[in-house]
Design a protein around this ligand. Structure first.
Ligand code: BF8
Ligand code: SF4
Length: 623
């Protein structure tokens, strides 16, 4: 059976899976097969190990136990598990944001070399948004004061997070009524862990409302901080063309991959890779130069700001090593499979971990701090260059296909493209040239043929004149399908095609990494404010066709709570509670003006979204 063809839509990836198999390399697809069937209780959300009276499980068929030892029923257990997923996701995005805030503080203190303020205008703008006076203050002073304000967003002193003010007033009032306005980022995450301890919150609705509050502390807190501070430190992205796929690796160059999420590490590696002395060293070892490429979200960060190409998304991170031409991978944290070092052992690839909080067996740990990051980056790049000579020629196989992709659509860049205001976009929506907009976000999950969900959903939406915005791993998929270059307009319906031609933009816009979903929130808020309506009234939707991570659950919740219909391609572990399924797929509509749907078939998911957008247009009087 040619089953490698069923695992991913890309022929180059299929060829590498085949090569891995021939070379005896185990991949995530092999391990997934070994795990099947997955535990049914866990899939339904019906297992609990929150205390040592358990673990407990609820029998979904009603024959076995219906309560845990403490008396928790299916609703309570499913809700607690879901809240813990949201808390973990919000914590991950937000702790990443905190690492950036600490760098900003140290730049303000003048303690770090390598890092600097790249967008002073944005620094001033955000400082003013926080009520700071900038009069007569220099860059460093403002950076330090803003960093201290941002640290306070994580605390417990505030009535509500500062960026909540970006939200339309009607939505804030709704959140206030429901008591879901986030007060402090760490506070909501901590409270989520408290509420889910045995004997605390045992009302599934109250648990899920806190889930909403925790997710909002991510979307309008940790993630938004991560985006804004990354822009201040490393530059606000602008549209540019770069490339995607395994073909961005170069056989005659030293290839270094950066993987993870935080630009604090990858920006320093970028700095080292552009150093002339290290490039001369590479040439002296018969390489033509040093080639840097990205994986996952830290790749998206460098792609957005520096045009550094992307070798692949989540499920391709093992396969990229199988090419035999990767001289080093530098990882920070999140979505880094612990298997990478195992795969690397079979080739000459060096794998380095860099974060104090993310260790991996078999990786060499070179710890980065804001103070030593530049020096450590040079050290790692030097090691990678010297490793070029250790390549094993018989193991090299590099599928050379490379796809062009346009990137860099920050909110600022979108506004500039539109000529300074949202008016042209609003007009295009009003006239129906653009029917609506959909964020396609999130991961890969081996439960879905890799990238099939992303690509088919995006194609059908743009063919129906719906503008697509992408973040995270969805971006690589949709970019490789040719939809993120201006020529991609050929796939678009006539109205969207006309708009793309006039503006010179693709029908699907890359807005960044997963924390950059906050950019989509900013646009949605600004559109609603400009039209004088709530976000729920806009012809918008969100989709995560191949999500896998707890971060994606947090994202799904803050998108829904913002009033945006959200379609998931993979079932979350909730089917064990009829009440929660009913609430998520219909009851929420009456509370937040938005709900969830789960639809693994991307073509059917597109139909749900098109229907939803048509309804919203009708309600706005825009048929
Ligand atoms: O934050 S999309 S697999 S890389 S979780 Fe991970 Fe999912 Fe990719 Fe980025 Ni986001
Ligand atoms: Fe069992 Fe309750 Fe403990 Fe969970 S919290 S493991 S349901 S006793």
């Amino acid at each position: 059976m040619k089953d490698h063809k069923k695992l991913t839509i890309w022929s180059e990836a299929q060829a590498l899976i085949k090569k891995a198999k021939e070379e005896g390399i185990e991949t995530l697809w092999d391990r997934k097969r070994a795990q099947e069937p997955h535990c049914g209780y866990c899939e339904l959300g019906l297992s609990c190990r929150n205390c040592a009276m358990g673990p407990c499980r609820i029998d979904p068929f009603g024959e076995g136990p219906q309560k845990g030892v403490c008396g928790a029923n299916a609703d309570i257990i499913v809700a607690r598990n879901l809240l813990r997923m949201i808390a973990a996701g919000a914590a991950s995005h937000s702790d990443h944001g905190r690492d950036l805030v600490e760098v900003l503080y140290k730049v303000g203190e003048g303690e770090v070399s390598g890092y600097k303020i790249s967008d002073f205008e944005k620094l001033k703008r955000i400082a003013q948004e926080f009520g700071l006076s900038i009069e007569g203050k220099n860059q460093q002073e403002i950076a330090k004061e803003l960093a201290l304000e941002l640290m306070e967003e994580y605390g417990t002193k505030k009535h509500r997070l500062t960026f909540i003010s970006r939200v339309p007033q009607v939505r804030i009032e709704l959140w206030e009524k429901l008591k879901v306005v986030p007060r402090g980022i760490d506070r909501e995450v901590t409270e989520a862990m408290h509420r889910t301890h045995m004997g605390v919150d045992n009302d599934y609705i109250s648990l899920l409302l806190h889930g909403v509050r925790t997710s909002l502390s991510d979307g309008y807190g940790g993630s938004m901080i991560a985006t804004e501070v990354s822009d201040i430190l490393f530059g606000t992205p602008e549209p540019r063309i770069s490339s995607l796929n395994f073909g961005v690796l170069k056989e005659d160059h030293v290839n270094i991959l950066i993987h993870g999420h935080n630009p604090v590490v990858s920006e320093m590696i970028y700095l080292a890779v552009t150093d002339s002395e290290l490039n001369e060293l590479a040439q002296s070892l018969e390489a033509k130069g040093i080639n840097l490429a990205g994986l996952c979200c830290t790749g998206n960060e460098l792609l957005m700001r520096k045009g550094i190409p992307m070798a692949g998304n989540h499920l391709l991170t093992e396969l990229v090593i199988v090419t035999g031409v990767v001289d080093a991978i530098v990882v920070d944290y999140q979505c880094v499979m612990p298997s990478l070092a195992e795969v690397a052992k079979c080739y000459h690839t060096l794998v380095f971990s860099t974060s104090e909080k993310a260790r991996f067996p078999g990786m060499e740990h070179v710890e980065f701090t804001p103070e030593n990051a530049k020096e450590k980056a040079y050290e790692l790049v030097r090691k990678a260059v010297k490793n070029f000579k250790n390549r094993i020629p018989s193991k090299i196989f590099l599928p050379s296909k490379e796809m062009k992709s346009m990137t860099g659509f920050s909110v600022e860049a979108i506004l500039r493209t539109l000529g300074g205001s949202l008016e042209p976009l609003i007009n295009a929506i009003k006239t129906g040239k653009i029917k609506g907009a959909v964020g396609i976000v999130g991961c890969n999950n081996p439960k879905i043929k890799q990238d099939y969900g992303h690509v088919e959903l995006a194609k059908k939406l743009i063919a129906n004149d719906i503008l697509v915005l992408t973040t995270g791993c969805a971006n690589v998929a949709i970019g490789k399908a040719g939809l993120q270059v201006p020529e991609g307009k050929e796939f678009a319906g006539p109205g969207l095609k006309e708009v793309c031609s006039a503006l010179g933009i693709p029908p699907s816009l890359h807005v960044g990494s997963c924390v950059d979903n906050s950019r989509i929130l900013v646009i949605a808020c600004a559109l609603a404010k400009a039209l004088g309506v709530d976000i729920k009234d806009l012809p918008l939707a969100g989709a995560a066709p191949e999500w896998y991570s707890e971060k994606a659950v947090a994202i799904a919740f803050y998108v829904m709570a913002s009033g945006i219909f959200t379609v998931l391609g993979v079932m979350p572990p909730v089917l064990g509670s009829k009440n929660i399924v009913e609430l998520a797929t219909s009851g929420l509509e009456n509370i937040f003006g938005a709900r969830f749907a789960v639809e693994p078939d991307p073509l059917k998911a597109a139909d749900l979204i098109i229907e939803h957008i048509n309804q919203k247009r009708k309600a706005l009087g825009l048929e």
